[in-house]
Design a protein around this ligand. Structure first.
Ligand code: GLU
Length: 421
C-alpha cells in the first residue's frame, strides 16, 4: 500500500487526462478529437498588484482558463486558495466542460483561481484584489464568452464586486457576466444551496437504485463550506443521520447523529466546528474513514487516495468537491462495489442553477424558488439515470459513464462545427 500510495498521480490535470482517456477508449474516439478535447483552449495568467491596508503593495498571481467552448460560453467558478496552481485550474476548467455536458446545459468549461490566503486578508484587501483580478481577466469575460461564479473561498459578495467592476469598465450594467450574485443584483433564488440540493436529488436516485432509502442512511460529510454545510442540513432534513462532519481544522463524530442545526449555529457563532459540546472531536480527514453508508467529500481534490481508500466504509459516495478521488482509489472503490456519484454529476446542481440565473438575467424575468428547485430536480434525475444507464451499458463505473455521455456530446458538437479555418 505504501508503494502504491507513493507512486500515485496527484497532479489534477494529469488525473483529468487519465479520466478523459479512459472514457475516450470506451467511445473509441478518433485521435484528432482526443487531442482537441484533452487540452485547454485558452489560459490567461495575470499579476494582481494590491494596495494592502498597511500601505505596502503585494502582487498576487491569478489565472483564468477556458477549456472548451464547443457547446456555448465557458462557465465555471473562481477559487481563492494558497495552493492554487495553473494545472489545478486547467483540471477544474476541463471538469466544468464535462459537468455542463453531463447535465446537458449549453456551456463549455472554464475556471479561475488566485493564489492567496483569503483568511489572512481584510475585507477591503479582498475587494481590491477581486476588482483588480476582474479587471485583468475582463478581456476574455462576458455573458456570451465566459461566465465566472463562486468556488472555494469566494461567494456572492465576490461576484457582486466582479459584476460591478466589469460593468464600470463597459459603461453599462451587465447582470449576466457572473452568476452566484446576491439576490438584490440579479442573483437567483435557490443558487446558494444549489450545489448541495443537486447532490441531494442525485443521492435520492442512488439510494433508490441501490434499494435503500436516504432517510435510513448514516452520512459522513467532509468539508463545511457552501457544499458541505448545506448537504449536511439537507440530508438531515430528509431524515438521514449525519454521523460525522468536519471543517478544515476539526472533525466531529457522533454515532447517534449530530444535531446539524446546532452545529451550523456553533460554526456561525465561533467560525469553527471545534469546541462543539458533547461529541467526540477527530482529525478532519478521519471523517472519510468513519463507519457510515454515504460519504460526501465536499472539500478539495485528492481526499480519497491509495493512502486511505482501504479504510473507506461507505457504500455510496457523492462527490460534492471537484476531484476528491484519485483514479487509483477509484479502481479500488469499483472493485469493492462502492457507487461513486462523480463530481461532474454530483455537484452539477451549482452550475445548473447558475445557468437558470444567467437565463433569468438575460430575460430580466425571475423565477420562483419552487420552479428553480423543480427544474433542478428534473435535470439531476434525468442526468443521474442517463449516467447510470451509460455506465451499465458499457459495464463500467459511474464516473466513466458520465465522461462517456459528456465527451460524446462535446465531440459531436465539435464534429458538426468542424475545425476552423
Ligand atoms: N464552482 C462551481 C462548480 O465547480 C459552480 C460553477 C458555476 O456555477 O459556474 O461547479
Amino acid at each position: 500500500m505504501a508503494t502504491a500510495a507513493a507512486q500515485e498521480e496527484l497532479n489534477p490535470f494529469e488525473i483529468a487526462k487519465q479520466q478523459f482517456d479512459r472514457a475516450a477508449d470506451y467511445l473509441e474516439l478518433e485521435q484528432s478529437l482526443r487531442n482537441i478535447l484533452r487540452s485547454a483552449k485558452r489560459q490567461l495568467i495575470v499579476s494582481i498588484p494590491v494596495k494592502m491596508d498597511g500601505g505596502e503593495v503585494k502582487v498576487f498571481e491569478g489565472y483564468r482558463v477556458q477549456h472548451n467552448i464547443a457547446r456555448g460560453p465557458a462557465k465555471g467558478g473562481i477559487r481563492y486558495h494558497p495552493n492554487v496552481t495553473l494545472d489545478e485550474v486547467k483540471a477544474l476548467a476541463s471538469w466544468m466542460t464535462w459537468k455542463c455536458a453531463t447535465v446537458n446545459i449549453p456551456y463549455g468549461g472554464g475556471k479561475g483561481g488566485v493564489i492567496c490566503d483569503p483568511k489572512s486578508l481584510s475585507k477591503d484587501e479582498l475587494e481590491r484584489l477581486t476588482r483588480r483580478y476582474a479587471f485583468e481577466i475582463a478581456p476574455i469575460i462576458g455573458p456570451d464568452r465566459d461566465i465566472p461564479a463562486p468556488d472555494v473561498y469566494t461567494d456572492s459578495q465576490t461576484m457582486a464586486w466582479i459584476m460591478d467592476t466589469l460593468s464600470m469598465v463597459r459603461g453599462h450594467t451587465e447582470l449576466g457576466v457572473v452568476t452566484g450574485k446576491p439576490l438584490s443584483l440579479g442573483g437567483s433564488l435557490g443558487r446558494h444551496e444549489a450545489t448541495a440540493r443537486g447532490a441531494l436529488y442525485a443521492l435520492r436516485e442512488a439510494c433508490s437504485v441501490r434499494g435503500t432509502k436516504l432517510k435510513d442512511a448514516r452520512v459522513a460529510v467532509q468539508g463545511f463550506g457552501n457544499a458541505g454545510s448545506i448537504i449536511a442540513r439537507l440530508v438531515a432534513e430528509d431524515g438521514a443521520r449525519v454521523v460525522a462532519a468536519c471543517d478544515s481544522k476539526c472533525g466531529l463524530h457522533a454515532e447517534n447523529g449530530l444535531d446539524i442545526q446546532a452545529v451550523l449555529k456553533h460554526k456561525e457563532e465561533t467560525g469553527s466546528l471545534s469546541g462543539f459540546p458533547g461529541v467526540k472531536e477527530i482529525a478532519p480527514n478521519d471523517v472519510l474513514e468513519v463507519d457510515c453508508d454515504i460519504l460526501c467529500p465536499s472539500a478539495l481534490e485528492n481526499s480519497i487516495t491509495m493512502a486511505n481508500v482501504g479504510k473507506v466504509k461507505a457504500k455510496i459516495i457523492a462527490e460534492l468537491a471537484n476531484g476528491p478521488t484519485t483514479p487509483a482509489a477509484d479502481r479500488v472503490l469499483e472493485d469493492q462495489g462502492v457507487m461513486v456519484i462523480p463530481d461532474i454529476l454530483a455537484n452539477a446542481g451549482g452550475v445548473t442553477v447558475s445557468y437558470y440565473e444567467w437565463v433569468q438575467d438575460m430575460y430580466s424575468f425571475f423565477w420562483s424558488e419552487k420552479r428553480i428547485n423543480q427544474t433542478l430536480e428534473d435535470t439531476m434525475g434525468d442526468a443521474f439515470h442517463k449516467v447510470h444507464q451509460t455506465a451499465q451499458r458499457h459495464g463500467t463505473d459511474m464516473r466513466t459513464g458520465a465522461y462517456i455521455l459528456a465527451i460524446d456530446r462535446v465531440a459531436e458538437a465539435t464534429r458538426v462545427r468542424g475545425i476552423f479555418p
